[in-house]
Design a protein around this ligand. Structure first.
Ligand SMILES: Nc1ncnc2c1ncn2[C@@H]1O[C@H](COP(=O)(O)OP(=O)(O)OP(=O)(O)O)[C@@H](O)[C@H]1O
Ligand SMILES: [Mg+2]
Length: 238
């Protein structure tokens, strides 16, 4: 199957500061792919590079077979690529609905925008209930739903989610993972998830990559990775 996303021999970073080296990854349409690794490994930098926010020194990023390495962020969004950033990036002084509408900023057709809003509210009924509430007053779980909902408002084919479960209670983490599976199965969205919860993320994904010091050190089927002794020891999977 053709890859929806392909990263080839990528070196990237911030200004002079190189973070990623020799990165080769791919994502097939319909997959859930997990990216795991220790703090500072470069996971966020990899997602931000795919989205177009960093400096690429060499190598390329292909989306739907098109080289997007030099494309602007909004062009990538228009092509169906979206990132839900680490830390959520919400506007605390805007309402839930205003935050959602920002996610659809490239869409000018009001009918399409309201259809998307309806879809997001059907996925997250809690957001509908709180549509007029300020984003800054949401609970941690609700804020994460809003961040994902805003990502969905651009109608992405590939959604990347960075550390969605950071700081959330275990029960909430599980329901967010269920929601990711639902987005994949019922809404046909391809997903890349970066996670601290290594075991959970490998359990719901098809494949995984382990990033350390800016390089991919291990990759494979998630089920195989779950049984990998090195990974078990490093991330205390049991
Ligand atoms: N805006 C920036 N400017 C310069 N260096 C940065 C910037 N953002 C991150 N870095 C550096 O890049 C490296 C990789 O950081 P990154 O945030 O990608 O790691 P991470 O794997 O996402 O870590 P974490 O698990 O803590 O989120 C780190 O050394 C970090 O200090
Ligand atoms: Mg990070």
């Amino acid at each position: 199957m053709a890859h929806i996303l392909e990263v080839r021999n990528l070196r990237a970073g911030y200004g002079e500061f190189e973070v990623l080296r020799d990165i080769n990854i791919h994502v097939d349409k319909g997959e859930i792919v997990a990216i795991v690794g220790p703090n500072g490994a470069g996971k966020t930098t990899l997602l931000r590079t795919i989205m177009g926010y960093t400096t690429v020194y060499s190598g390329s990023v292909l989306f739907k077979g098109i080289d997007i390495t030099r494309r602007k962020v909004h062009e990538r969004v228009a092509m169906g690529l979206m990132l839900v950033p680490e830390g959520r990036g919400l506007f605390p002084n805007l309402t839930v609905e205003e935050n959602l509408l920002i996610g659809a900023y490239l869409e000018k057709n009001p009918k399409k925008i309201s259809e998307r809003l309806e879809t997001v509210y059907s996925i997250f009924p809690r957001l509908r209930e709180r549509r007029s509430q300020l984003a800054g007053s949401l609970s941690g779980g609700e804020a994460q739903m809003l961040a994902i909902g805003r990502g969905l408002m651009s109608s992405p084919d590939l959604l990347m989610i960075d550390e969605m479960s950071l700081g959330l209670a275990p029960k909430l983490v599980l329901s967010l993972f269920d929601m990711v599976v639902k987005l994949n199965r019922e809404h046909g969205i391809t997903l890349v998830i970066v996670e601290q919860h290594v075991k959970n993320s490998l359990e719901i994904s098809n494949r995984g990559y382990v990033l350390e010091n800016g390089r991919i050190v291990l990759e494979g089927d998630s089920r195989q990775l779950l049984g990998n002794e090195m990974l078990k020891k490093a991330y205390l999977i049991y």
